[in-house]
Ligand binder design. Sequence first.
Ligand SMILES: Cc1cc2nc3c(=O)[nH]c(=O)nc-3n(C[C@H](O)[C@H](O)[C@H](O)COP(=O)(O)OP(=O)(O)OC[C@H]3O[C@@H](n4cnc5c(N)ncnc54)[C@H](O)[C@@H]3O)c2cc1C
Length: 400
Amino acid sequence: MPAISSPVAVVGGGAAGLTSALALARAGFDIALIAPSAPASSGRTVALFDGSARMLRALGLWQRIEPRAAPLERLTLIDDTGSLFAPPPATFAASEIGLDAFGWNIDLGDLQDALDAAVADEPRISRFHCAATGFESGADGARVTLSDGRVIATPLVIAADGGRSRLREAAGIAVREWSYPQTALTLVVRHSRDHRNISTEFHTREGPFTFVPLPGRRSSIVWVMRPDRAEELRAASDEELSALIEKRSHSFLGAIEAEGPRGFVPLRSVSARALTAPSLMLVGEAAHVFPPIGAQGLNLGLRDAATLADILSDARAAGSPLNHERVRRRYEQARRADVGLRAFSVDLLNRTLLSAFLPNDFLRGAGLLALESIGPLRRFVMRAGVAPPGSTPRLMRAEG
Ligand SMILES: Cc1cc2nc3c(=O)[nH]c(=O)nc-3n(C[C@H](O)[C@H](O)[C@H](O)COP(=O)(O)OP(=O)(O)OC[C@H]3O[C@@H](n4cnc5c(N)ncnc54)[C@H](O)[C@@H]3O)c2cc1C
């Protein structure tokens, strides 16, 4: 069977892969998207920062997303570790840095549906509902073998095939990988009090326990805890779990009612030692996996996708082959600092919570107090939390 040729192939139909395919298609590239349909909604949500929302607006997806998303206008951090140095709760408002909201929280299944529909309407994307089973690169590009035996020949493959990326492994890119003694319980709850569009994060000795607003009197919860405790909660009834959540959150949202499926995610980090190999570029969790702290994961994945669209458009305008080493180097340089900084900060915060070592408690408490009371530092950290310092990809600069 002759190979099917395509100027660019994207592998993976998660949010990072679909957004990469759309961003590149809108930049005028014809795309072979190798992506079996993703499983139905997990009941998990993602908080998307301002730049990610701008990108989704620029791609024409916002109308579908906005009615299902809740704005995150304020963020409250509460030290609930019982530490001697626990500072008072700190609240940060998006209006302090000139934004209506830090971001928007949406069910991952709703986001996935909106992306799937946009991909189906995009004439430049040919979707192959298959898995990629092989990847080889040579002097004139790459060949991707599909699970139905077909082969795609292309100068450049974008691997968005998730944290256990098969393509990353086939290309010989090594990873640094470690796990934490923690599991995240995820679920959606209803509550009797209004969340007032405030995301609330309790810092506990087992990890963060976070409520993120959804439309109406609903919030998504990410509750990071010891794996043995997560196992106990797997067996709890909805009523038992609701009562526990209400107690653990000091009833700040009133009565709690668990809704929908529960997810249990063991916490781990994966960091690819390189973001590219000949004829291959990594985006999303194929390049970096973090614990779900600070809502960084997909926001970084979308920045990968938007940056890639800029770099490949510039390469085409300059007449450079998309798989040229210079183009790969530009992507590595553009993404390294942002990915490295987020990985470092998430890991550090998580580790200081886990340790009951007094100097750590003191530093964390002093850090939060400084953030609460020093205006310029507050604003710097808020800005850095939602967007990386340095240049913003074009799709994330688009207005309204
Ligand atoms: C509890 C929790 C809360 C989170 N909250 C947030 C948040 O608030 N904000 C945020 O930004 N991020 C958050 N994240 C992170 C975010 O959910 C992930 O970063 C993001 O969903 C990953 O998307 P992805 O497309 O890179 O990977 P995936 O969603 O894993 O997609 C990879 C896709 O590739 C497909 N695939 C795999 N192998 C192949 C193959 N061989 N061929 C073809 N396809 C293949 C898979 O089927 C899958 O569809 C959270 C994560 C967790 C666990």
